[in-house]
Write a protein that binds this ligand. Structure first.
Ligand code: NDP
Length: 452
């Protein structure tokens, strides 16, 4: 598997490790993509000559900065924040902002790298970026969150813009945080532009943006099942997380006739043998968004439901699995358990929730397995549509946006099939398909620019 400068996959990965010490999540993400890309570019000299893979795996820039804010008791608090601008070959940098104590430069570099391929897969003109801070919004008052968001934007505003870099929400960043950040951007620059997506409907947000990631992951699942003449209706589903992506995936699976058995958070999971109804899911949304409570409360509210502290839900027997919480939450042994229990399809709402061992197991078992960069692209796709609406200063109707989301997810599925179908077989390697389709679009644009 030699390339023109005699670098093989292992040497390439060793180089990535050497250049990015102490950044395991970033190395993991690059390795997963490189495994497929090395095969694909083997006989494509132009990509080798231009060192495209090496260049994509090096962010355009990483901005790191201090964020000071004052808590309700008057204490001065200091946080660290970053914006990783990975690649803008096909459009302005685009990707969410995450607030979570586990945020590091490595986590954001992995997310920005993945985002580059995901955004290319949507077919929309968006480059890849990601940002965030180790700030923990849990337990903070609205005033504290506002002061933190304003302080963060007082520095971040220099690096972003509607045609430069357009952040959105992610873990710990929802409508409230986007509102505070957009308000501060507008105040500093005196400009009302589409510089952030996921905005409120009153000030330039798009309909269905909130639902889009979870709904999209479910549509992707539906597309995969269709290739085997199957459907979501009548099947059981295990979902992790209980935030934006998880609750909307649960909602769409339920709407399509599936039976959702679990949701979770970082303290454990709830198992509801009767399945979750729309009413129960609405209750979880209210719990998480308004009361900012814990998923364990579900078991106290709904008869028959059980809370399993400190556990992930992958041991619950199911037909379908949707990991929708965070990275590396589904490990090799969990993949073994799901396969053994008869799970036929996995659609990732979260980014890189399955570790490399688990990915290899799903691939070997040849079950339907969609990586996050394909399955959860619905969110950024509708963010792209929000950018278009902002530029044109119009708002599209909900039915139109719903139709576009369904079409975009079908398009991503078709692109994955095109590059991921195993020769002489009906099996599709969706990881490979997503990696190659995303890479090709970005790589071809980079080739056109020459050495920049
Ligand atoms: P939210 O903050 O709304 O919800 C996150 C959920 O995951 C919460 O239930 C949270 O539990 C749980 N969680 C977070 N960290 C951990 C952890 N270390 N272990 C166990 N559970 C954890 O985030 P989103 O729903 O927006 O994001 C979820 C995933 O989807 C992320 O991987 C994100 O990158 C990805 N994604 C999100 C998009 C979006 O549009 N929002 C778009 C594409 C991908 P707790 O409350 O206990 O922390």
């Amino acid at each position: 598997m030699a390339v023109s400068d005699h670098v093989d996959l292992n040497t390439f990965i060793e180089g990535v490790k050497r250049r990015n010490p102490g950044q395991p999540e970033f190395v993991q993400a690059v390795q997963e993509v490189a495994e497929d890309i090395f095969d694909f570019i083997q006989d494509k000299e132009a990509y080798h000559q231009a060192q495209i893979l090496r260049r994509i795996a090096e962010p355009d820039r990483v901005v790191s900065f201090r964020v000071c804010w004052q808590d309700d008791k008057g204490n001065i608090r200091v946080q660290r924040a970053w914006r990783v601008q990975n690649n803008n070959a096909i459009g302005p940098y685009k990707g969410g902002i995450r607030f979570h104590p586990s945020v590091t430069e490595s986590v954001l570099k992995f997310l920005a790298f993945e985002q580059t391929f995901k955004n290319a897969l949507t077919g929309l003109p968006m480059g890849g970026g990601k940002g965030g801070s180790n700030f923990n919004p849990k337990g903070k008052s609205d005033g504290e969150v506002m002061r933190f968001c304003q302080s963060l934007m007082t520095e971040l505003y220099r690096y972003i813009g509607a045609d430069i870099d357009v952040p959105a929400g992610d873990i710990g960043v929802g409508g409230r945080e986007i509102g505070y950040m957009f308000g501060q951007y507008k105040r500093i620059t005196n400009e009302f532009t589409g510089v952030l997506t996921g905005k409120g409907l009153e000030y330039g947000g798009s309909l269905i943006r909130t639902e889009a990631t979870g709904y999209g992951a479910t549509y992707f699942l539906q597309n995969m099942l269709k290739t085997q003449g199957k459907d979501i209706a009548g099947h059981t589903a295990v979902i992790s997380g209980s935030g934006n992506v998880a609750t909307h995936a649960a909602e769409k699976v339920t709407m399509l006739g599936g039976k959702v058995l679990t949701l979770s958070d970082s303290e454990g999971f709830v198992y509801d043998p009767d399945g979750m109804t729309q009413e129960k899911i609405d209750w979880v949304k209210e719990l998480k968004n308004k009361r900012r409570g814990r998923i364990s409360e579900y078991a106290k509210e709904f008869k028959g439901a059980e809370f399993h502290a400190g556990k992930t839900p992958w041991g619950v027997k199911c037909d379908l699995a949707l990991p929708c919480a965070t990275q590396n939450e589904l490990l090799g042994p969990d993949a073994d358990t799901l396969i053994r229990n008869g799970c036929i399809a996995v659609s990732e709402g979260a980014n890189m929730p399955t570790n490399l061992d688990g990915v290899h197991k799903f691939k070997a078992a040849e079950i339907l397995y969609a990586p996050g960069k394909a399955a959860n692209a619905g969110g950024v796709a509708v963010s792209g549509l929000e950018m278009s609406q902002n530029s044109a200063r119009i708002s599209w109707k909900e039915e139109e946006l719903q139709r576009l989301l369904v079409d975009i997810m079908a398009g991503i599925h078709a692109r994955c099939e095109e590059y991921g179908k195993k020769p002489g077989s009906k099996v599709v390697d969706y990881v490979k398909g997503a990696n190659i389709a995303g890479f090709k679009k970005v790589a071809d644009a980079m080739l056109a620019y020459g050495v920049v």
